[in-house]
Design a protein around this ligand. Structure first.
Ligand code: CA2
Length: 144
């Protein structure tokens, strides 16, 4: 099985800025932990990060060719992007939404997600474990 891991805007700064909120781990380290888990689960991962909404949408559309699931942290686009939600909905590939922080315990504008209603589920607040739990959940969902 193939899964796409999508990271939204500014997540390339992980580990370099604001460690109090987002931790000290870099995106490369999170991807590497996911790679390790994928070996255990016996699935294939591809990774993509972009600060541009259109590029994320292109990646979602391209995933329709060969991808069984999408693990996505849409970052700030979670709260604003109807276009990303529409793309996920249009391709019809199961997706799990993840966040490092607990978006529900932060500013009010982070409490709502445009993606959550079309995702299988949302996992937030566990740092890099949100991604690892999300991959396990997505894998089990697709397998069953
Ligand atoms: O908690 C999450 O994973 C978020 O998706 C992170 C987004 C934020 O807009 C969402 O509300 C919740 C922000 C990603 C920015 O990442 C940074 C990393 C290091 C330094 C600055 C920003």
């Amino acid at each position: 099985m193939n899964f796409l891991v999508l990271h939204g805007p500014n997540l390339n700064l992980l580990g370099k800025r604001e460690p109090a909120i987002y931790g000290s781990e870099t995106l490369a380290e999170i991807n590497s932990a996911l790679e390790k888990l994928s070996a255990e689960l016996e699935c294939e991962l591809s990774f993509f990060q972009s600060n541009a909404e259109g590029e994320l949408i292109n990646a979602i559309q391209a995933a329709a060719q060969n991808c069984h699931g999408i693990l996505i942290n849409p970052a700030a686009y979670t709260h604003t992007s109807i276009a990303i939600r529409d793309a996920l909905s249009a391709v019809g590939i199961p997706c799990v939404e993840v966040h490092l922080s607990n978006i529900h315990s932060r500013e009010t504008f982070r409490h709502s997600s445009l993606v959550a209603p079309i995702a299988i589920g949302q996992i937030c607040g566990f740092g890099r474990d949100s991604y690892l739990l999300g991959l396990r959940a997505l894998f089990n969902y697709v397998k069953n």
